[in-house]
Ligand binder design. Structure first.
Ligand SMILES: NS(=O)(=O)c1ccc(NC(=O)CN2C(=O)C=CC2=O)cc1
Ligand SMILES: [Zn+2]
Length: 261
């Protein structure tokens, strides 16, 4: 519901300083990435991604988005390098999208929205004992953001799309036991990175964002499949799950670094 308010408030032409920015927040997400203001950092390493597809557990409609959750009880699906000082474990991935193709992403590039955005959520299990503790710490989380643009059919995404009707309603879950999310990440190594926050409650300022420069292409039917999900539980008046993105937040005293010139 909260996200619906955000989403409806955050039309394409209005930057809403959401009252839901945590008071005193200095590193809130999402933000607009102004390409020409980003600073090339030659010391940024390539991001190393190694996921074990058998760590995939299930797909869950949590009433905000649909999440694909992973077994993070060991270092089997991890990322390391890039701007990160430790390796981080994959916990879940999810998406944000619009009611129409004109908007839907959380981050924008030069004020351009994409129709959807993928977030792969990782936590610093080297330093923190649990995900819940990492969520509260400045270097606790690392989220890879990948933009989705309208284009060719995405084979890898389709296996996920085929399972969505089974999680149409809030609080429904379906077993999903083999999936390699690296098929959703562009091979181009270029990314932007900045210090930010979760974009849904608890909005904690614990995320190192790694936003891939290149989008992946998905087709109209695949975006429409996202839009047939519901915010509402079975038996409630149906509310389509669309516009589940947070309004842009002020950059404040932050620099966005790029891994490319
Ligand atoms: N949109 S985002 O910034 O990537 C964003 C990322 C993550 C969360 N929250 C969580 O992961 C909460 N959570 C737990 O604590 C355990 C499973 C789970 O989903 C909220 C927002
Ligand atoms: Zn997200």
């Amino acid at each position: 519901r909260i996200l619906q308010v955000w989403g409806s408030a955050a039309g394409p032409n209005c930057i809403v300083l959401s009252p839901l920015t945590i008071p005193g927040g200095t590193r809130q997400s999402p933000i607009n990435i102004q390409w020409r203001d980003s600073v090339y950092d030659p010391f940024l390493k390539p991001l190393k991604i190694s996921y074990d597809p058998t760590t995939c557990l299930h797909i869950w409609n949590n009433g905000y988005s649909f999440l694909v959750e992973f077994d993070d009880s060991a270092d089997r699906s991890i990322i390391v390098g890039g701007p990160l000082e430790n390796q981080y474990r994959l916990k879940q991935f999810h998406f944000h999208w619009g009611a129409i193709n004109e908007w839907g992403s959380e981050h924008t590039v030069d004020s351009k929205f994409y129709p959807a955005e993928l977030h792969l959520v990782h936590w610093n299990a080297v330093v923190y004992p649990t995900f819940e503790e990492a969520v509260m710490e400045g270097n606790g989380l690392a989220v890879i953001g990948v933009f989705l643009k309208l284009g060719a059919h995405h084979e890898g995404l389709q296996t996920l799309v085929d399972a969505l009707p089974a999680v149409k309603h809030k609080d429904t879950v379906i077993e999903f036991d083999v999936f390699d999310p690296s098929c959703l990440i562009p091979s181009c190594p270029d990314y932007w990175t900045y210090a930010g926050s979760l974009t849904t409650p608890p909005l904690t300022e614990s995320v190192t964002w790694i936003i891939k420069k290149k989008p992946i292409e998905v087709d109209e039917n695949q975006l429409e499949a996202f839009r047939m999900l519901l915010f509402t539980s079975d038996g409630e008046e149906e509310k389509r799950m669309v516009d589940n993105f947070r309004p842009l937040q002020p950059l404040m005293n932050r620099t966005v670094r790029s891994s490319f010139q």
